[in-house]
Ligand binder design. Structure first.
Ligand code: AGP
Length: 608
């Protein structure tokens, strides 16, 4: 998620903007920049890396005098992180400057139109296209240029705009990307999020879709997309700064759990075109995909668990053999990689040392590596032969939730693509799967609504010593992730077991009252898992069952049941994991721990 800050008033703008951008650092970024209008011209400074670089470059803003400006921290989605692609962006004659958070979906068509009209472009960003489009429509009236631009662009945007010929004004507009306007004693501000402006004001206006804000030193007006003035309600922010970064949630982990519907949507929809799965990033033709003889999935932690799900889904759907390895094992076990094999590494951070080593080992042996990564420009993304990005945005909490959910989507997309090109599913089956996937975000939303019920249940187990998770097939991969979510943030010992394996030893650990979470979402395995529930119940276990709506009979044996909506069995992981994430989170919170920063753990394990 990019960060936007803007200011116009009686003070120097640069320092206020740098301070505001610093308060948005939690959103994650890889480059930063700002544009300041000194009354005649617009100066731009941009840098890659931490905000400190921009602060040093501009001597904390002293080299950029002026009382009107816009600033930006960029989380790269399209276009590498570098100073060229960093925001702000100019039009050709540098009389317009713009910062942008979002994605202009039709920017290529607009770029083509403008190129035919003689425009040239310095970057490969969609944002520069908007700057040039404003130039194209600008004939001295900035509002006219803005409203005409808004009628042409499609996609999501929060924009801060400066016109050198109107140095007394700052313009802002949004659609689907957040933007607020703050009213302070010394002027007006715009920002992507509340933390950036809390130091200056708690009086804000939330800009709604396609509304235009026009800020002057001592005046603020709002207009609709047709240029008609509108009234907006002023709101007072009650949050403290710390809470504001989390959008009012107690922890980033909870906030990121609630972002999962958007994460799934953002990762899924750009790869569904005309009823087909289109993953251009694979850099492989359909024939090359159909020729893949075996897939090696290599990852760590939750990414590994997503890979285990990938194994069940890809083998089940596409009938391609899949081997899943922990990266720390793969890199030292002298793996057997045979001709026709494809290696897939999964990593949220793109910096995990063991996973990076596995990638390098595979490439040294001459095998192509596909990386499923969340951080654009990360080491794994740069070194892989192809990258399937999970558009989860920056994930702050150490315990992954939204990125894991996006990794599952990546696994489904890969499986469906392989199954289609290999003739294992037809158009009708593919279409039905796509419709099921499109329902996942709203189904996750519905499951998140169980929060209070799960919190009450979790409170019973803050004193637990051992908690087991069992399942068969895809349910086993869900058990793996559910167990890790619990233990890594609550420090309660937990194990995930293939339910059919219990009788080979672990069942001896079950005592009176031991909590066993049984995941039973796979129709063909359901009766078997129910019999495993009976087995552990006979030894005194308290059974929490996670199963699909309609399996009411499970209540004869399970003590507590969480139902999830029906979907394609291959996709059940995306739904069943939601209550398990919530359970782990509330056991941690119930024990008084900081769920975002669990002891001994780092967000990215960049060492062996
Ligand atoms: C999961 O909640 C943990 N944070 C950890 O297991 C993580 O999944 C693992 O370290 C892999 O990290 P990566 O996805 O950034 O490679």
């Amino acid at each position: 998620m990019c960060g936007i800050v803007g200011y116009i008033g009686s003070q120097q703008a640069a320092g206020i903007i740098l301070d505001g951008l610093a308060r948005l650092e939690y959103r994650g970024y890889d480059s930063a920049g700002m544009a300041i209008c000194d009354g005649e011209k617009i100066r731009i400074s941009k840098s890659v890396g931490r905000l400190k670089v921009l602060e040093e470059l501009t001597h904390n803003g002293e080299t950029m005098p002026g009382c009107c400006g816009i600033g930006h921290t960029r989380w790269a989605t399209h276009g590498e992180p570098n100073t060229t692609n960093a925001h702000p962006h100019y039009n050709t004659d540098e009389t317009i400057a713009i910062v942008h958070n979002g994605i202009i979906e039709n920017y290529l068509a607009l770029k083509e139109m403008l190129t035919k009209k003689g425009y040239q472009f310095q970057t490969d960003t969609d944002t520069e296209v908007v700057a040039q489009l404003l130039d194209y429509y600008y004939d001295g009236d900035p509002m006219m240029a803005i409203t005409r631009m808004l009628h042409r662009v499609q996609g999501s945007y929060a924009l801060g705009i400066l016109f050198a010929q109107h140095p007394d004004r700052l313009f802002a507009v949004r659609k689907n990307s957040p933007l607020i306007v703050g009213k302070s004693p010394n002027g007006y501000l715009i920002a992507s999020d509340v933390p950036a402006i809390l130091k200056y004001t708690r009086n804000v206006f939330y800009v709604d879709n396609q509304e235009i804000a026009v800020l002057k030193q001592d005046q603020l007006n709002f207009y609709n997309i047709d240029g008609d003035e509108i009234e907006k309600e002023e709101v007072t922010i009650e949050w403290d700064a710390n809470a504001a970064e989390k959008g009012g949630y107690e922890h980033f982990m909870l906030k990121e759990m609630y972002e999962q519907p958007k994460t799934v949507t953002d990762t899924l929809l750009p790869r569904i075109k005309d009823g087909d799965i289109v993953i251009d990033e694979l850099n492989m033709t359909d024939d090359e995909l159909a020729a893949v003889k075996k897939i090696h999935i290599v990852a760590c932690g939750s990414a590994y668990h997503a890979g285990v799900t990938g194994k069940y889904v890809i083998e089940g759907m596409a009938r391609v053999p899949v081997e899943v390895d922990l990266a720390s094992e793969f890199r030292y076990r002298n793996p057997i990689l045979e001709e026709g094999a494809m290696v897939v590494v999964i990593s949220q951070s793109g910096e995990t040392a063991d996973t990076l080593a596995a990638l390098r080992e595979s490439k040294e042996r001459g095998f192509k590596v596909l990386a499923v990564v969340n951080v654009v420009g990360s080491s794994i993304a740069r070194e892989a032969d192809s990258v399937l990005y999970t558009w989860a945005g920056p994930e702050i909490a150490v315990a992954t939730t939204k990125a894991y959910s996006a990794q599952l989507i990546a696994m489904y997309l890969l499986a469906m693509k392989l199954a289609k090109v290999r003739g294992k599913i037809d158009d009708v089956e593919l279409s039905a799967m796509i419709e099921d996937l499109k329902c996942i975000p709203s189904q996750i939303e519905m499951l998140l609504g169980n929060e209070k019920r799960i919190q009450r249940f979790a409170n019973r187990y803050v004193g637990a010593k051992d908690i087991f998770f069992i399942g068969r097939g895809i349910d086993y991969s869900i058990a793996l992730e559910g167990s890790l979510k619990l233990k890594e943030i609550s420090y309660v010992h937990s194990e995930a077991y293939a339910a059919g394996e219990l009788k080979h030893g672990t069942i001896s650990l079950i005592e009176e009252g031991t909590l066993v979470t049984a995941i039973a979402t796979q129709p063909e395995l359901y009766p078997k898992t129910v019999s495993n529930i009976v087995q552990v119940k006979a030894r005194g276990a308290f059974v929490l069952a996670v199963t699909t709506e309609g399996n009411d009979d499970i209540e004869k044996n399970a003590d507590y049941v969480i139902y999830i909506p029906q979907t394609n069995p291959y996709f059940m992981n995306s739904l069943a994991i939601i209550p398990l994430q919530m359970f782990g989170y509330y056991v941690s919170v119930g024990k008084g721990f900081d769920a975002d920063h669990p002891r001994n753990l780092a967000k990215s394990v960049t060492v062996e």
